[in-house]
Each structure stands twice: as C-alpha cells, then as structure tokens.
Design a protein around this ligand. Structure first.
Ligand code: COI
Length: 362
C-alpha cells in the first residue's frame, strides 16, 4: 500500500541559527516534522509540515496513562554529502514490537520508512558532519483519545522530528550499581521503548547523581545480582579477551541496534563475544584479578561510551585508562566510518536515501 504524504514546507528556515561547530544534544530541532493520525483503524492525514507546537486536549489519554512509545535513530552524510540512514529497519521493527506490547497500532514499514526518508531528504542540510555528529531522528507515537477511563486508546498520533546532535555523553561515564530501584522485570516492558521506562528511572537517576555518578547500572529485580543495562545504553564488559554483554533472553533489556552492530564488528575482528547472564560479582571479581580490561555502554545516542568507574556498596572500582582501551575506541571509529561511508559497508547496514524531487505544497 502506498501512502500519500502531503508536504508543506516552511518559508522561514532556521538553519542559519545553527552553529555547526557547537551542537548540544537534543535542544535544536530541524525545520520540519512528519505527522500521521490513526483513526477508524487506519493511518491517515500523513503530512510533513514546519516543526512547531501541537494542540492537544488535557484529557488526552496518552498524557494520563503513558500509552507512548518512541525510537531513536540517526542520519548521516556519505563522503559525497548524500543523506543516509543506519539500519533503519531494526528501529522500525523494534518500534512495532513496542507498539504491540502497548496495545498500539503498527506503523507499516513502508509508511515509516517513506516518511523518514522524505523528512531527512527535505532537511538534509541540517545533517552535521563533525566527528561525533549526526542528525538524530525521534519517531514517537502516543494515544490521543479524549477519555480518562483506563483502556487502550482507539486513536493515536505518530510524529517524527529530527535534530542535529553532537555527542550525548561528552566524557566517559561513572555508574552506580542499583540495589534499591528496578528498571525491568520479566513480563514487564523492559525490552520495549516506552516512555514510562525512562520516567520511572528519573528519580534513581537523581540518586546516582547525588552520589556522584552519571547513571545507574540496573540489576535484575529478584536478586540485584545480574546486570541488565544502563537505561540510555546497553552494556559490555571485556574480561580477558572475551566481551560479555547481557543476553536478550529475559526480555528485560532493550535490543539495541548499536549493541547488535558492536557484537558483529567484534566477531568480525575475531573476538569472542558472549551474550549471557553476567553477575556484578563476576565483573568485580575480574576487576580484582586485573582481568576487567574494559566496560562500555552502547546506544544510538551514546554510540560507544566508556565506563570509567563502577560504584558498588560504597566502593568505587576504577577501570583501566581509556587510552588503553584500543579495541572499543577503534570500534567507535569503525562504526562512524561505516555510517558515513568512509569505509565499505560489508554488512549492508547503510540505507541510502535516494533523493527524488519532492512534490511540495508551500
Ligand atoms: C537513543 O539512544 O536513541 C535513546 O533513545 C536513548 C536516550 C537518548 C533516551
């Protein structure tokens, strides 16, 4: 099925206000956004319009009960300056898995991809090309029924907007092992990208900050023993020459696109990567034996971010200096080179955006 997308462009681009040498994360938004409404069992009124405010009812159910999901992905420029996406189908699939878990409608792949490609093509001049930069893409969907009874909404809005970004974490991070708060249980929504996961983590995040750490390192909720993720990132440990990352089996962590790419790239380099349960005791024992050579988080926003300190029960476990972590540092660069077509893309991860002339209604 093909979808009609009406395009109304801005007559006042804000691009000249952007300082490309100084881009903060997530505070500057490009000129346009895509919007579609779900009513009567189908997506309709698909349009691209100038980025701007929404008008919503205070009784909109999504505001009250959190029927809201989102994604995070990035667009880059290739070496000739053409726009491209990185593994967008993985985000589309994950978005629709989240939608299913939250009793929300599917956004058909062809609508999602078409909308995103048109939007990125239209705002391609907003794609920064600095070392850690990209055009961050934020697709999200929320319930729009004007009804405060607790039941799945019948109407939804799907929006995509974009923002030029620099690094999410400008420095390596320290993490505090959570022994009191829980992010996810089996059977919950830990493997879905739902707003509530992030909302519920805000208070523990401030606790971590108060203790001098950047983030919580989430543990399983039964025993506070097995590592899950960081909330903004999946997590990897290098123990000896093996990389270990929590498995997806318990459905308590997000299936990260960067996580998956890092696993493949490490295996390409000949490293052993184990996706399995990993206990905090195993990590700290490796640290004690001098075998914990690296720990880092992976995420679309965060790319690869080194962990420098793990705080556990009042003790800080310091990791080897970042300069000594050649493998993960090289990996971060390799990923950026693939995303910008500086090296060949042997995995076929890059999705070129063919620029067709846009049928624009001013
Ligand atoms: C991402 O990595 O894209 C995320 O969604 C994490 C965070 C910025 C919410």
């Amino acid at each position: 099925m093909s979808y009609q997308i009406d395009i109304h462009t801005t007559n006042q681009s804000r691009l000249n206000e952007l300082d490309f040498a100084n881009i903060p994360f997530g505070k500057v938004f490009s000129d346009h956004m895509f919007i579609a409404d779900y009513r009567d069992g189908k997506w309709q009124n698909c349009r691209i319009e100038p980025y701007g405010r929404l008008s919503i009812s205070p009784a909109m159910s999504g505001l009250h009960y959190g029927q809201e999901i989102f994604e995070g992905m990035k667009a880059f420029k290739d070496q000739e300056g053409n726009p491209q996406l990185f593994r967008p189908e993985m985000n589309v699939n994950r978005f629709n898995r989240s939608a299913k878990r939250m009793a929300m409608p599917d956004v058909p792949d062809e609508l999602f991809l078409e909308a995103m490609k048109k939007l990125v093509a239209l705002d391609k001049d907003w794609i920064p090309t600095g070392e850690e930069s990209a055009l961050y893409i934020r697709p999200f969907m929320f319930a729009t029924d004007e009804y405060i009874g607790v039941q799945p909404s019948n109407t939804f809005r799907f929006i995509i907007f974009t923002c030029p970004v620099g690094a999410y974490y400008t420095k390596p991070v320290s993490v505090m092992v959570s022994e009191e708060y829980v992010r996810a249980f089996p059977g919950g929504v830990g493997d879905s990208k739902v707003a509530g996961n992030y909302g519920a983590a805000m208070m523990p995040y401030t606790v971590a900050k108060e203790h001098g750490y950047n983030q919580m390192l989430w543990m399983d909720g039964y025993e506070f023993k097995y590592v899950q993720e960081i909330g903004t990132m999946n997590v990897f440990f290098r123990i000896g020459d093996t990389f270990v990352t929590p498995s997806l089996d318990e459905k308590t962590i997000l299936e990260g696109v960067t996580r998956d790419s890092v696993i493949e790239l490490l295996r390409d380099k000949g490293y052993n990567v184990e996706t399995r349960r990993v206990s905090i005791d195993e990590v700290l024992e490796a640290h004690q034996q001098g075998k914990l050579k690296d720990a880092f988080g992976t995420g679309t926003a965060a790319t690869i971010t080194h962990i420098v300190t793990i705080g556990y029960r009042g003790t800080d476990y310091e990791l080897p200096p970042v300069e000594k972590r050649e493998v993960s540092t090289q990996l971060k660069q390799d990923l950026q080179h693939i995303r910008t077509s500086k090296v060949s893309d042997s995995h076929n991860w890059v999705h070129k955006i063919q620029e067709e002339p846009l049928a624009v209604n001013k």
